[in-house]
Design a protein around this ligand. Structure first.
Ligand SMILES: Nc1ncnc2c1ncn2[C@@H]1O[C@H](COP(=O)(O)OP(=O)(O)OP(=O)(O)O)[C@@H](O)[C@H]1O
Length: 335
C-alpha cells in the first residue's frame, strides 16, 4: 500500500524496525505493512492510532510473541545486535526477561491474585539470578521504593489489597528491576483515572532518565504521546502514515489523518466549537489499495488509489501522502 523510502541510519539506535510486514497465515490478509521506525537509546518513541491500527501487533513482533495464526512476511526487527525475528524461543525468553520490559493496560493480571506481591517479586528475581531470598527481598523493596510505593506494605500485600495505580506501579517495578534496554508501554494508563494515569507516565519518564533506556509508548490518546515522546509514528490500517519529531508533527501535520486526530483534541484554553471535527466513515475502514485512509480522507485525490510513496518534508518528518509534494493541482474527489 505504502512505498517506504525512509532510512534508519542513526548509530545510536537501540531498536530498528525495517520493512516489517505481518499477514494472517490463512487468509494472507495484511495486518502490518512495511513498517519502518527506529528508537535511539534514551529516547521515547510514540505509536498512536485508532483501535485496530496495528500498534499492539507491532509490539508483539518486537517481543517475539506473534501468535501462530500470524506470520512475519518481510522485514527485520533489531534490538542492538540481535535480530528478533530469527531468535529461538529460549533466546527470546532471555531477551524478554532482561532486555525488554513489557507493560500493558492489563496490569490486574500481572500478579497472581492469591500470592503476596513480595513473594512473586522474590520468585521473579530468583528465576533470573542466584540471589538468596533475603537478598532478593532487598532488591524488591528497593524497586518498590523507586516507583514511590510504601515498599514494605506493598511487599506484604495480596494484589487485591492494592489500588489500580499501586498495582500498575508494582508491575512497573517488577518490569524494570533488571534494568531493561527497552520498555514497551502499551496503553499503560487506559484502566486508570486521568490523574493516576498522568503520574504513571511521569514515573516512566523519570525511570527512563535513571536507567537511560528507551521507551516505545503506545496509545490511542494523542495527549499522552505529545507530551512525552521525542518522535511519533501515526498508524492507520497497519501502516505508519506519518512520522517525525513529535514537535514537528504536532506543529506542522501533513497527513489528513494526523490533522484530524490533532483537531479532535479538546483544548481547555479555547471555546468549545458548536460542531466538533469528525472523521468520515467508520473506524477500521481501510482501503485495500493505495492510501489506507483514502476511504475516509477529506482531501482524497485520484492518485490516492495507487501506491503512496513516503514523502520527506525534511530529515525528521515523513508522510505517506501525495499532499507533501503535490501543489494540490489535482482534482479532489468531492465528498
Ligand atoms: N492473533 C491475531 N489473529 C488475527 N488477527 C489479529 C491478531 N492479533 C491482532 N489481529 C488483528 O490485527 C489488527 C491490529 O490489531 P492490534 O491489536 O495491533 O490493534 P491496536 O492498534 O493495538 O488496537 P487497540 O488500540 O484497540 O489495542 C486488528 O485488525 C486485529 O483484529
Amino acid at each position: 500500500m505504502i512505498e517506504n523510502k525512509t532510512t534508519t541510519t542513526c548509530e545510536n539506535n537501540l531498536l530498528v524496525v525495517e520493512n516489517l510486514s505481518v499477514n494472517m497465515r490463512n487468509s494472507r490478509e495484511k495486518l502490518i505493512c512495511n513498517l519502518h521506525f527506529s528508537i535511539p537509546q534514551g529516547e521515547v518513541f510514540g505509536l498512536v492510532g485508532e483501535s485496530g491500527s496495528g500498534k499492539s501487533l507491532t509490539a508483539t513482533v518486537i517481543l517475539g510473541m506473534l501468535s501462530k495464526s500470524l506470520e512475519v512476511t518481510s522485514g527485520s526487527v533489531k534490538l542492538g545486535q540481535s535480530e528478533i525475528t530469527s531468535l529461538s524461543e529460549r533466546e527470546l525468553r532471555k531477551i524478554r526477561g532482561q532486555d525488554i520490559a513489557y507493560l500493558s493496560q492489563n496490569y490486574q493480571s500481572f500478579f497472581t491474585p492469591f500470592i503476596k506481591v513480595g513473594k512473586q517479586f522474590i520468585e521473579i528475581i530468583r528465576c533470573h539470578t542466584d540471589m538468596s531470598k533475603k537478598e532478593a527481598k532487598k532488591v524488591a523493596i528497593h524497586w518498590l521504593d523507586k516507583v514511590h510505593l510504601p515498599a514494605e506494605r506493598v511487599f506484604n500485600s495480596f494484589p487485591d489489597e492494592l489500588s489500580g495505580g499501586q498495582l500498575q506501579r508494582a508491575s512497573i517495578a517488577s518490569a524494570i528491576m533488571f534494568r531493561p534496554k527497552l520498555i514497551i508501554a502499551d496503553e499503560p494508563t487506559t484502566a486508570l483515572d486521568v490523574l493516576t494515569g498522568e503520574r504513571i507516565l511521569d514515573l516512566l519518564c523519570e525511570l527512563k532518565e535513571e536507567l537511560n533506556c528507551s521507551i516505545l509508548l503506545i496509545s490511542h490518546d494523542l495527549k499522552h504521546i505529545i507530551n512525552r515522546t521525542n518522535t511519533v509514528g501515526v498508524m492507520y490500517g497497519g501502516n505508519i502514515v506519518e512520522m517525525g519529531k513529535t514537535s514537528a508533527v504536532v506543529s506542522e501535520p501533513i497527513h489528513p489523518y494526523t490533522k484530524l486526530l490533532l483537531q479532535s483534541r479538546l483544548k481547555l484554553n479555547k471555546h468549545i466549537p458548536h460542531v466538533l471535527p469528525t472523521m468520515l466513515g467508520e473506524p477500521g475502514l481501510v482501503a485495500k489499495e493505495g492510501c489506507p485512509f483514502s476511504k475516509r480522507c477529506p482531501s482524497v485525490m485520484k492518485s490516492c488509489d495507487k501506491v503512496v510513496p513516503v514523502n520527506t518534508l525534511n530529515n525528521h518528518h515523513f508522510a505517506a501522502c501525495h499532499l507533501v509534494n503535490t501543489e494540490r493541482e489535482e482534482q479532489y474527489v468531492t465528498r
